[in-house]
Structure formats: structure tokens, C-alpha cells
Design a protein. Structure first.
Length: 464
């Protein structure tokens, strides 16, 4: 069966990979000249990589880890010590750590929380622990019910002091969805906490050993091609054409190289585009169907990814850091954490700037100036006094509409991978799967989409 897929992000590529594995012929059309969507990266004039986002892989990503194994590239994940490291705003340049000992879950998580006395008091830990009991006992059903409340509301409803939010969860909320706890759905935080507390290595983090398009997306493309599929760059989906039954008749595909369009026919069609772009391409006769109508409520959140190359080493920490700064979310010294970006003498900081709503329209220089002020608090010894670290160069990558903004009420808006249109399917991190807007979510949605297409094929062959 020929399957046309629009979008070569992780969801589209994974969907194509599993379709090819099942003996179908996926043909992927990507609008841009680069693979990966939100994991896309480019080389600058010196050959240094810069990325759409600083990306962390977690132990709690079973489908992603299985994909790495199937592609025989597990050695490309660089696992770090099982810890979470937070900057201490009241003592600039210092850190507070949650270190997970080698114990089964949830004891390793409980031990990590209990042994950290810098950030939370004992009574705060106890009140938070009691608040989490329903999530641990009732699991996902409870977590889904909590989508009615923001994380700040959830904490207040459980009598957990606001200080807990300030100390730990502003940082986690910004890391998970680039917004603050007053806005984020409590389902997002509870999903992450449940995974981290229920799986021994759930919160263990890894960095890819190089840029995602080459180190992760290329091997998926090689698999697709060697199993009969195809992937084309610079080929945007322009229009979804319908037949007289309002099923898909064809995809109208643009060709940026030759400035023309072609009509492409297949047995099944998939949108693996971000939700904001797909919404613009929904054909009029479909607009009132509930599944597509609900998409109006899903909207990408702005985020900015910053790269700063310095003339010296600023840190020796080989890990992700939670900045706990007002402007920044997480950051890492990629010259240490990522093999391909290694520089023994000089740092390259990659920093996520969030929430970015008030900054996305500002100039790169304004964003860098604001970030430099934050760095004075994160690395005071390098940015005060006479011999200060010098910024050699920078790159700012803005994504005005990134992953869907996970505010309360979004869960029931997220579509399934199959749709009421019998030859049309959806994949993407925003479609319904339990890992929310993440690389794991994208991979799982691609796998679920391939399996829905497979089911539809079997149904068709039984009825014909
Ligand atoms: C700054 C940042 C940091 C992040 N950090 C993490 C992290 O640490 N860990 C984690 O798990 N996740 C992280 N994420 C989220 C993760 O990157 C996404 O959830 C995931 O990559 C989404 O994949 P996707 O395939 O669903 O969508 P996308 O990656 O958006 O792919 C959609 C593709 O469709 C293409 N497209 C658009 N229009 C068309 C068209 N008309 N025709 C054809 N193709 C089209 C796009 O170019 C793109 O390639 C981060 C995201 C950002 C932005």
C-alpha cells in the first residue's frame, strides 16, 4: 500500500519507518530542506551546529529507546549521572542536586527528594508527598482528571505551599512546556512525576552525541529507503484534494527546487505536520467534523533556543541544568555534554529562553543582551571583575509556534491518529498518546498512526 505522509519530523519519519517495516511503501514529503522539524539543526559558516531546541532524552521514553535499538544506534545516546541539578538564585553560581541512588522505584526518587535539604523544608516535602498519593494510587485516570486545573491551582487545592512552586516547579513547568505553573495543565506535571517516580530510570537523562538530523533522523530515512519507501525534502503539502465522498483524492505537493506542483495519489494519506499548519490546510467540508473543530483549541507556544560560544570554559558540569532564572529555562554546556560539539577549552552554552511570548518579536541582539545579564547570576565568577569571559559568537533560533501549549482542557481536544475520513490519518506530538508534547510523544504517535493504517488495510482487505 502506498502511503503519502506530509512532514519529516520525528512523528512522520517514525510512522514511515513502521509502515516500511510492515511491507508498505511510505512516501514522505517534507516542506523544508532539513529533516527533523522541531529537532532540526543547521551548520553555521564555521561548521558549528545550532539547533531548534536543546533536546534531552529520558529513561522514561520506551518507544524512543526501542527505535534507537531497532536502528542499532543506542550508542549515540550519552547517558548522564542520575541527577537533577538546579541553580540556586539566592547564591549565584551554586547548585542544588537531586541525586537518585541505585534503588528500585519509587525508593530512589523518594531518597533523592528526602536527601535534598537546600530547596524544600521537611514539612513542604511531606505536604507534597501527601498531595501525590492519589496520582500514585489511581495512576493515569486521576492524572487525566486533573487536566481541569493548572499546576498552581492543583498545588493550592492540595494545601501545598507556594514556595514549593517557586523552588522547583516553575523550573520544571518551563522545561516541560515553556510556560509557567499558572498556565500549564497539572496533567503535564503529574504525568512527568508519575513516570519519574514509577520507573527506576525514568528521570535519567541522555544527550544525543551530535545533531539530531544527522545522528537520529538520517538513520530513520536510511531504514525507510532500504525498505522500499522514500523521503523528499523541499516538497510542501499545498492542498488536500477530496473526492465526491469527501475522502482524500490526492495531495497537491509543491516543489521548491523547480517551483511547480504535482498531484500525488496514494492509498492512504497522513498529516505529520504541526497542528498550527495542519489547521490551515483542513479542507472546508471537514471543518465542522468534531475532531477537526476541536483543533481550534490547540495552539503552538513560542520558544527561543540560544547558542553562545565563549572564549573559555565556564563550567565542568556534564549535565542539564535548571537555571531557575526568570527569562531562561534549562541549559547545558554542549562543549561537554555532546560528543560532536566537544571543545576542551571553550564553552558553548545552549539555553532555552522561556516563556518567550514577550520576547519572540525582539531582535536577536536584545535577546542576547538579556541572556548575558542572566549569565552574570549563573556564572558570577566569569562575568564580573576585570578578566571576564568573552562571547565569541551567538545564534538565536526562534520558534513562534512550537509544541502545543498544554493549558487546562487541552487533553480532550487532542485527536486520535485515525479520523472519520477513512483514508486520512494524523500523527504528531499533539495527537493523543500518553507522552504529551515530546520527542517520545512524537515517536509513539507515529507508531500508533502506522498501526491504525495497518488496521484499516486489514479491514479493507477483509471487506473487499
Ligand atoms: C526548544 C525546544 C526544546 C525541546 N526540548 C525537548 C526535550 O528536551 N525533550 C523532548 O522530548 N522534547 C523536546 N521538545 C519537543 C520535541 O522537539 C517535539 O515534541 C517533537 O520533535 C515534535 O515532533 P513532530 O514530528 O510531532 O512535529 P515537528 O517536529 O514539528 O514535525 C513536523 C514537520 O512537518 C513539516 N511541515 C510543516 N508544514 C509542512 C507542509 N505543508 N508539508 C510538508 N511538511 C510540512 C515541518 O517542517 C516539520 O518537519 C523541544 C522542542 C523545542 C522547540
Amino acid at each position: 500500500m502506498r502511503v503519502a505522509i506530509a512532514g519529516a519530523g520525528l512523528a512522520g519519519l517514525t510512522c514511515a519507518k513502521y509502515l516500511a517495516q510492515a511491507g508498505h511503501k511510505p512516501i514522505v514529503f517534507e516542506a523544508r530542506d532539513v529533516l527533523g522539524g522541531k529537532v532540526a539543526a543547521w551548520k553555521d559558516e564555521d561548521g558549528d551546529w545550532y539547533e531548534t531546541g536543546l533536546h534531552i532524552f529520558f529513561g522514561a521514553y520506551p518507544n524512543m529507546l526501542q527505535l534507537f535499538q531497532e536502528l542499532k544506534i543506542e550508542d549515540r545516546l550519552q547517558w548522564k549521572s542520575h541527577s537533577m541539578i538546579f541553580n540556586q538564585p539566592n547564591e549565584p553560581g551554586t547548585y542544588s542536586r537531586f541525586d537518585f541512588p541505585d534503588l528500585p522505584a519509587p525508593f530512589n526518587g523518594v531518597a533523592a527528594i528526602l536527601s535534598n535539604n537546600d530547596m524544600l523544608t521537611w514539612s513542604e516535602k511531606v505536604s507534597f508527598g501527601i498531595g501525590l498519593i492519589p496520582a500514585m494510587l489511581r495512576g493515569q485516570e486521576y492524572v487525566e482528571e486533573c487536566d481541569k486545573q493548572s499546576w498552581s491551582e492543583w498545588l493550592r487545592n492540595h494545601n501545598i505551599p507556594e514556595r514549593v512552586n517557586k523552588e522547583v516547579f516553575i523550573a520544571m513547568s518551563k522545561a516541560l512546556n515553556f510556560i509557567n505553573p499558572d498556565e500549564i495543565s497539572s496533567t503535564v506535571l503529574l504525568t512527568a512525576l508519575n513516570r519519574f517516580l514509577q520507573e527506576k530510570n525514568g528521570s535519567k537523562m541522555a544527550f544525543l552525541d551530535g545533531a539530531p538530523p544527522e545522528r537520529l533522523c538520517e538513520p530513520i530515512v536510511e531504514y525507510i529507503r532500504s525498505n522500499g519507501g522514500e523521503v523528499f525534502l523541499n516538497r510542501p503539502l499545498k492542498e488536500i484534494k477530496l473526492d465526491e465522498m469527501n475522502n482524500v483524492k490526492s495531495f497537491i505537493i509543491g516543489d521548491k527546487d523547480e517551483n511547480k506542483t504535482e498531484e500525488f495519489f496514494a492509498d492512504a494519506y497522513v498529516s505529520a505536520m504541526p497542528v498550527d499548519i495542519f489547521k490551515r490546510l483542513i479542507p472546508s467540508p471537514w471543518k465542522e467534523l468534531e475532531i477537526f473543530e476541536k483543533l481550534k483549541g490547540l495552539k503552538g507556544v513560542p520558544v527561543i533556543n540560544i547558542h553562545m560560544w565563549f572564549d573559555r570554559k565556564l563550567t565542568d558540569i556534564d549535565h542539564l541544568l535548571f537555571s531557575r532564572s526568570d527569562l531562561l529555562s534549562v541549559y547545558a554546556d554542549m562543549s561537554i555534554t555532546c560528543k560532536e560539539y566537544e571543545d576542551k577549552d571553550r564553552s558553548m552554552l545552549e539555553l532555552v529562553f522561556a516563556p518567550a511570548k514577550d520576547w519572540i518579536g525582539k531582535s536577536d541582539q536584545e535577546i542576547i543582551n538579556a541572556t548575558m545579564t542572566e549569565l552574570e547570576k549563573l556564572f558570577p565568577s566569569h562575568f564580573t571583575g576585570t578578566d571576564q569571559a568573552k562571547l565569541r559568537k551567538f545564534k538565536v533560533v526562534k520558534t513562534p509556534l512550537s509544541v502545543y501549549k498544554a493549558v487546562p482542557g487541552c487533553q480532550e481536544l487532542r485527536p486520535s491518529q485515525s479520523t472519520p475520513i477513512k483514508n486520512f490519518f494524523l500523527t504528531g506530538d499533539y495527537t493523543m498518546q500518553r507522552y504529551l508534547a515530546s520527542m517520545e510523544g512524537a515517536v509513539l504517535s507515529g507508531k500508533l498512526c502506522a498501526s491504525e493504517i495497518e488496521k484499516a488495510t486489514q479491514l479493507r482487505s477483509r471487506t473487499s
